[in-house]
Ligand binder design. Structure first.
Ligand code: BGC
Ligand code: NOJ
Length: 810
């Protein structure tokens, strides 16, 4: 069942039923100011850091679900409704929510009155704009009151939901004209405040929640709205809100727009006040002046759309498969921007107070983002590298605001360091900017311990070889990519963090997955050393990679597939010897991607085993059979009921690893089949089963051992976005940036016989046509560049030229 449809021309998903199977959300903001907005206008807003600088309050896992957001109420003679249906849930004549790239337009029509809310964060602005357009579509004059509502968060979202004995006494506001200033804690150590403003003269306002809503009422029936009268309340402690009201009369056919701005303002420390207790409003005035008129709002929205048109023009495909095209050209890239911005911090499944930026997560997010804004990727790489320790290990997470490593979780996830090499390699391949390797970057954020980025990468690489176990495989530490394989933990008490409980350096637990990663990333590290003239280092690295390959082929091979790991007792995990968890997806994907066993057929065997033992109609499960009881020596993985999350769930993130691996062995049909199974656009028709948004990937789809097989959770913030884009753009469609130019080497299913890709790359624009009438799956028979047949290999760039590339497969 569908709850809307794609509009590819406008790059929107159009939701036509407010009761979606789960709130279907969108993100507003590209850089510093962000909002999460659901199809009923639920959600919240923050500046830079969802935990530390949150502007509005949101209650996760609330009843009813998704209550709280930015709400507009219309009261016409006692009939109250909202453009987004919630919270009043009035009967509507029409409802629609269009989620676009960085904006959402939510509208409904009730009793002949159309109310349309357009919400977005303009470029380079620390505010969200909400334009309300009201149209009288009836044949009678209408008079009604429009109310706005936001509930302010007292900045630190964690404190805001826990420290009520203090918080109920700190709230402060100022109201001047149509602008409400939320200034809690401004008198003490903060130099920032929030504004919520209307561009027109208002008839009333409220800033005290209890006065506006009533202690025993809810968002659905606020006293002030029901009685059609603002109270002009001034909050003092308790819960400050922002609400405006305006009485509007519209003749039949008449339209009126109002602009509401919710923004973040900062003052210099020595210029905080206009007078005693009166905040300096200069930054707010400057901000609000930019969005005073409908024309200003229209042009800011047009700029945002143009910005996206330009970004997305870097990579676009035209094929016979419209679902493929819409994912590649629009939604997958859009999600990559969101994961780049948010890492794993703020979504409808990540509370914004738990995790900041993940070292591993953000490094992988780069893979899907670098082509969009390489300069921001460069900055991010340097931020991430600055949280690395001198011995090559890394803080697992850091806070976006402070950019400092998070001590609570610490380090010891032994895959982390290698992801940095992945990210840097992708950056250099995209840009050709080798100078990044010479950047001086601190260790542990300590400038006195700075060294070049290349030295950081060496420490990453050596961290693996310096920490090998009895089988010459990498020690796993606290965990590798699979955060839930906690082989050194042995936690027996509820409430202990599986991941940080126990030592991070187990004596013997080893990871075949990290071994595969090491071999996969080895050639990049070697190439970087060569480029910098470090030939001995390159040679030593090549030898280490060869040793690791041999270790995988011996201790890491189980006969039909690659072993997953060795536990603290040196027992195999992911082996036919095991009772449960006999086979895992991760080493099959990564070892084959690394090229291990390709020559002797083991790679193909491993992929056949994936198909035989792990495949389902909704995607490939992480392991099989799922663990049915808690294994002390394995940790969190066995804490999940069978079929969920890392225990036999379809963990979407590593499905593209298998798809890429399939392209390595040249099986284009299977690679595309794997791609399609978890791809949201192909699941749109079964939205009632899948439940999360049909335009973005989710982290997990319940596996075949779970009751709700096929049900997805944790949409948006997942490495799946970057990995799938990486897969489909570079391996399936085959347009791959490399150190010396652009390589075109597709791996296709038989039913894609032709496509074109436009790729902007290092100044050139490549118009690439691929002819697969031979149904070759893999292999380039002819490469014609600018009319000349050339040998297969990287196509060097010229700079600022349009290039014509024709590839004939065969
Ligand atoms: C989840 C993992 C996640 C980890 C982060 C675990 O509970 O299952 O998917 O990476 O938490 O800390
Ligand atoms: C989600 C985490 O964000 C990621 O870092 C991890 O690799 C996967 N879960 C698998 O556990």
């Amino acid at each position: 069942m569908k709850f809307g449809h794609f509009n590819d021309a406008t790059r929107e998903y159009v939701i036509t039923e407010p009761k979606t199977p789960y709130p279907w959300i969108n993100y507003l903001g590209n850089k510093d100011f962000f909002g999460l907005i659901s199809n009923t206008s639920g959600g919240y807003y923050f500046y830079k850091d969802a935990r530390l600088l949150r502007l509005t309050r949101y209650r996760y896992n609330n009843v009813p679900t998704d209550d709280g957001g930015i709400y507009f109420y219309i009261n016409e003679n006692g009939n109250v409704f909202n453009p987004g249906w919630k919270p009043c849930k009035a009967d509507y004549e029409e409802y629609e929510c269009r989620h676009g790239l960085g904006y959402s337009v939510i509208s409904s029509k009730v009793n002949g009155l159309r109310a349309e809310q357009t919400s977005f964060v303009p470029l380079d602005t620390t505010a969200s704009v909400h334009r309300i357009k009201l149209t009288n579509e009836s044949d009678q004059e209408k008079t009604f009151t429009l109310f706005s509502l936001v509930e302010f968060c007292l900045w630190d979202a964690n404190d805001d939901t826990t420290n009520f004995q203090r918080n109920f006494s700190t709230g402060e506001v100022e109201v001047i004209g149509s602008t409400i200033y939320h200034k809690t804690e401004y008198r003490e150590r903060r130099n920032h405040y929030a504004v919520f403003s209307c561009n027109e003269e208002i008839d009333g306002f409220d800033t005290d929640r209890e006065t506006f809503i009533g202690l025993y009422n809810s968002f659905a029936d606020p006293d002030a709205v029901l009685e059609n009268k603002s109270r002009n309340s001034l909050a003092s402690g308790w819960s400050p809100i922002g609400s405006h009201s305006k009485v509007i009369t519209l003749k039949p056919g008449e339209t009126k727009s109002l602009v509401f701005v919710l923004g973040y303002c900062e003052n210099p420390q020595d210029d905080k006040w206009e007078a005693q207790d009166v905040i300096n409003k200069k930054p707010a005035n400057e901000l609000l002046a930019k969005f005073k008129t409908d024309e200003q709002v229209e042009s800011a929205l047009a700029e945002l759309k143009a910005y996206w048109t330009n970004l997305l023009s870097t990579y676009s495909v035209k094929s016979s498969d419209e679902k493929l095209d819409r994912m590649v050209n629009i939604w997958n890239q859009y999600q990559c921007m969101v994961t780049f911005n948010m890492s794993r911090s703020a979504s409808y499944f990540e509370s914004g107070i738990g995790r900041g930026m993940g070292f591993r997560d953000s490094s992988q997010d780069l893979l899907g983002f670098i082509h969009l804004i390489p300069e921001r990727a460069r900055e991010r790489i340097l931020d991430i590298a600055a949280t690395q320790m001198e011995d090559g290990s890394a803080y697992h997470q850091y806070q976006p605001l402070t950019k400092k490593g998070n001590n609570d979780i610490g380090s010891g996830f032994n895959d982390d360091p290698l992801w940095l090499i992945f990210g840097v390699a992708a950056y250099i391949k995209e840009t050709g900017d080798w100078s990044i390797l010479d950047e001086m970057v601190p260790f542990d954020n300590d400038e006195s311990k700075a060294d070049t980025l290349l030295v950081h990468l060496k420490r990453s690489f050596d961290h693996v070889t310096n920490n090998l176990g009895p089988h010459k495989l990498p020690l796993i530490g606290r965990a590798d990519w699979n955060d839930c394989l906690n082989l050194n933990c042995f936690s027996e008490n509820p409430g202990e963090s599986f991941q940080t409980f126990g030592p991070s350096e187990g004596p013997v637990a080893e990871s075949v997955f990290i071994a595969g990663m090491f071999v996969a990333v080895g050639p990049d590290y070697i190439r970087m050393c060569e480029q910098k003239g470090l030939l001995d280092e390159a040679k030593a690295a090549a030898a280490a990679v060869e040793d690791m390959t041999q270790a995988v082929l011996t201790a890491g091979w189980d006969g039909e597939w690659f072993v997953r790991a060795y536990d603290a007792y040196s027992n195999k995990i992911g082996s036919k010897e095991c009772e449960e968890g006999k086979i895992f997806i991760e080493p099959q994907g990564f070892c084959v991607m690394a090229g291990i066993g390709v020559e002797d057929g083991r790679a193909l065997k491993a992929l056949e085993s994936v198909e035989k033992y792990l495949d389902t109609k909704y995607g490939i499960v992480l392991n099989s059979p799922s663990y049915t009881r808690y294994h002390l020596e394995l940790g969190e993985i066995s804490s999940y009921p069978p079929g969920y999350k890392e225990n036999g769930g379809i963990f979407c993130h590593n499905n593209p690893w298998v798809s890429i691996a399939e392209t390595v062995v040249g099986r284009g049909n299977r690679a595309f089949e794997v791609y399609k199974k978890t791809c949201p656009a192909y699941l749109e028709e079964i939205s009632e089963v899948h439940r999360t948004e049909p335009y973005v990937y989710s982290q997990m789809i319940a596996g075949r051992d779970a009751k709700n097989h096929g049900e997805a959770k944790n949409s948006w913030l997942t490495g799946t976005a970057a990995w799938t884009f990486y897969n489909v753009s570079r391996f399936i469609l085959g347009v791959k940036p490399d150190y010396d130019g652009l390589v075109v080497d597709p791996c296709l299913p038989d039913d894609i016989t032709e496509f074109t890709v436009t790729r902007k790359f290092r100044g050139d624009t490549f118009n690439i046509t691929v002819d697969n009438t031979a149904k070759a799956q893999k292999g380039v028979a002819k490469l014609i560049v600018d009319g000349q047949e050339v040998p297969f290999g990287p196509i060097a760039t010229i700079g600022d030229k349009v290039r014509e590339v024709k590839v004939i497969m065969g």
